[in-house]
Design a binder for this molecule. Sequence first.
Ligand SMILES: NC(=O)c1ccc[n+]([C@@H]2O[C@H](COP(=O)([O-])OP(=O)(O)OC[C@H]3O[C@@H](n4cnc5c(N)ncnc54)[C@H](OP(=O)(O)O)[C@@H]3O)[C@@H](O)[C@H]2O)c1
Length: 316
Amino acid sequence: MGWGGGWGTEPLDDAGREAVDATARQALGAALAAGITTVDTADIYAHGRSEETLGRLLAAEPGLRDRFHLQTKCGILVGGSPLHGEAATRYDSSPAHVRASITASLARLGTQRIDTLIIHRPDVLTDPAETVGAYLEAQAEGVVGRLGVSNMPLAWVRRFDDALRAASGGAEGLVCVQLEMGLHRRALVESVVLANHPEAAPSAGMGGLVEFVRERGITLQAWGSLAQGMFTRHGPGEATAAAVATVAGVARELETSREAVVLAWLVRLPWGIRPVIGSLTPARIADCGQAADVARRMDAEQWYRLWTAARGEQLP
Ligand SMILES: NC(=O)c1ccc[n+]([C@@H]2O[C@H](COP(=O)([O-])OP(=O)(O)OC[C@H]3O[C@@H](n4cnc5c(N)ncnc54)[C@H](OP(=O)(O)O)[C@@H]3O)[C@@H](O)[C@H]2O)c1
């Protein structure tokens, strides 16, 4: 999301393009070296400049496209963005918008194929069956591989998955659901663990989602998985000092980085969560690459200690 120079609406000049390309090239190099094999972008990130930046990297390095799984998203029209010319932000998963978005993303990325297309947010005005129809047309043309959704409650994940299974004759269902999850966003964990408790976090439609995606073989992806640094840096927007200290303490015990501990808290769950990281800093990306190993070594006491510290109160 950080590739492409942020959320300003002015186009980049040559120097700006060179700067964003250098940042993205270094981040991608660090990610591939760390064993990260998926790149997550979206049509709207930096108003199209994220995809354009990736497109320039791909054009400059033959063979690079084959080294990672590419996922992008559509379905949000950002108010004031030069991309869609909308006055106010709205969602659109209509077949016409989905097809036009795929075409525009392929052009910005300069590639023939998007491996996974993610519907960014639920558009209540469009029946998921219609969106699925547009996706299957694009898939039949060979330009999209699989379908995922993002920021949707269980009811909508089910509607999309049912629609896709029905329209594909059972050949496929959704491949992933991307949600904000981490030590700072614990609703999915707490919807499971704090059931029947007066202080249970509102599950916001996510109760039962974990069991559903596991039954259907859908991968959970966690965006915001580094909690934007809340637990690993000192400064504004940080978590409580006790939570920051607990993360640092577990990192010392496991002889690893604090970032790996924050990600491992998600990966340690027996739910197959794939963290999506938004770091542009090569050293931090390398640290994140330790998360799977750290999750294997993190014991239950450490996991519960992290959860309790992030909650800021004892478990019931
Ligand atoms: N589906 C959706 O609706 C949705 C929404 C948002 C994002 N996403 C996807 O998920 C990805 C990750 O989300 P995100 O970027 O919001 O979350 P994130 O990975 O939690 O946060 C990344 C940001 O936190 C900073 N950061 C992390 N640790 C830090 C530390 N110790 N000190 C200082 N800064 C630190 C990074 O700075 P550095 O660059 O310096 O490391 C970067 O700016 C995005 O890139 C995007 O692909 C999806």
